[in-house]
Design a protein around this ligand. Structure first.
Ligand code: 5AD
Length: 360
């Protein structure tokens, strides 16, 4: 999502790019706020441009993305060499804001979440690249208790079908063979009576396109029609990224994930019954507040049971404004570290086992 947004930032400005910040007229740092570490990294990246700005006062330094959205105007006070704070919904406004900053010699903040034209700018496409992202959805309507996304990316907006087809066709005309449809909960996409399964079919009709992927799916929005579409459309790759987050029902409830372990396992069964060689990958959070040794073992057992091809796993990170940040029963850092290491070791073993099975 952020890579795509960075490419949109680049395209919207239509500047020549440089790897040398000393030569730049504009530097925009795109940022992620999903965990505290990303958030801190973002701010220290902005710090690196202080000296360059001191040498070149005409340089415009901006921060974009979710950290910009989260802290807003405060960043201008905290970081004196910063000229612009731009939320993730405001990318289409960037060129205008840059010219205003140049003209008026004033700093600028745009963090409104009420911007409807969020899809206006397409992503920059590198010549010769055969893969591309296509955004089909912005924001998120789910209420997972740990997650900052709804606060910084706003409510779910689904992109119009004809725009998705148009952008994909443009990319295919430029030589793209594989697209990845992206959205926070991509399979909840719906627009004007069309559902996600229809979207897969209609995108697959584009001649010259060879592969379709999509990410990230929300378990509760996996439907029969969607599974059928995956099975029937040969262009749709047999892979689903389906974050489970935890294998413990009490933790899932506290995370407000709206499904149980059994419900998730049933979806996995339905996927595998239809598409036997499907790859399933997932996201896991360890050390969520209240996670007992038993809860954690439930997660390890789920990993063994599903045999994910791989997973992305994270230690719980309290995010400002989210309900989970207020939960008491915090898991000590040392325990969370150990759990993360155990879980990652188990996944490495499973991944190796699965890969060894493919020899020959
Ligand atoms: N702490 C740790 N991990 C988180 N994720 C989202 N919010 C948090 C948080 N507060 C993880 C989830 C999600 C992935 C993109 O990031 O696993 O699926």
């Amino acid at each position: 999502m952020n890579e795509y947004d960075s490419d949109r930032i680049r395209n919207s400005l239509n500047y020549e790019t440089t790897q040398d910040p000393e030569k730049a007229d504009v530097v925009i740092i795109n940022t992620c706020a999903i965990r505290q570490k990303a958030d801190q990294k973002a701010l220290s990246s902005v710090g690196k441009f202080k000296h360059i700005k001191a040498k070149n006062p005409n340089l415009i330094v901006g921060i974009a993305g979710c950290v910009a959205q989260l802290y807003g105007e405060k960043l201008l006070h905290k970081i004196p060499h910063l000229d612009l704070v731009l939320g993730p919904r405001a990318i289409p406004k960037l060129p205008k804001l840059i010219s205003q900053i140049k003209q008026d010699k004033r700093k600028s903040v745009e963090t409104s979440l009420d911007i409807e034209e969020v899809f206006e700018v397409e992503a920059y496409h590198e010549e010769g690249k055969v893969t591309a992202f296509v955004s089909v959805q912005q924001g998120c309507n789910k209420k997972c208790s740990y997650c900052i996304v709804p606060y910084v990316r706003g409510k779910e907006i689904n992109r119009q079908l004809n725009e998705i087809i148009k952008e994909t066709t443009n990319l295919v005309n430029k030589g793209v063979k594989e697209i990845t449809l992206i959205g926070q909960t991509v399979n909840s996409w719906k627009e004007n009576g069309y559902k996600f399964s229809d979207l897969l079919k209609l995108v697959a009709d584009i001649e010259g396109l060879e592969r379709i992927r999509y990410t990230t799916s929300y378990p509760r929005d996996v439907t029969r029609k969607m599974i059928d579409a995956m099975r029937e459309i040969s262009k749709v790759c047999n892979h689903i990224h389906l974050p489970v987050q935890s294998g413990s029902n009490s933790i899932l409830a506290s995370m407000k994930r709206t499904y149980t372990r059994e419900w998730y396992l049933d979806i996995v069964k339905r996927l595998r019954d239809s598409i036997p060689d499907i790859s399933i990958t997932t996201d896991i959070i360890v050390g969520f507040p209240g996670e007992s040794e038993k809860d954690f073992n439930d997660t390890l057992e789920l990993l063994e049971e599903v045999e994910f091809d791989t997973n992305f796993s994270f230690k719980f990170s309290p995010r400002p404004g989210t309900p989970a940040a207020e939960l008491k029963d915090v898991v000590p850092e040392t325990i969370a570290n150990k759990r993360l290491a155990r879980l990652q070791k188990l996944q490495r073993d499973i991944t190796l086992r699965k890969n060894l099975n493919k020899i020959g």
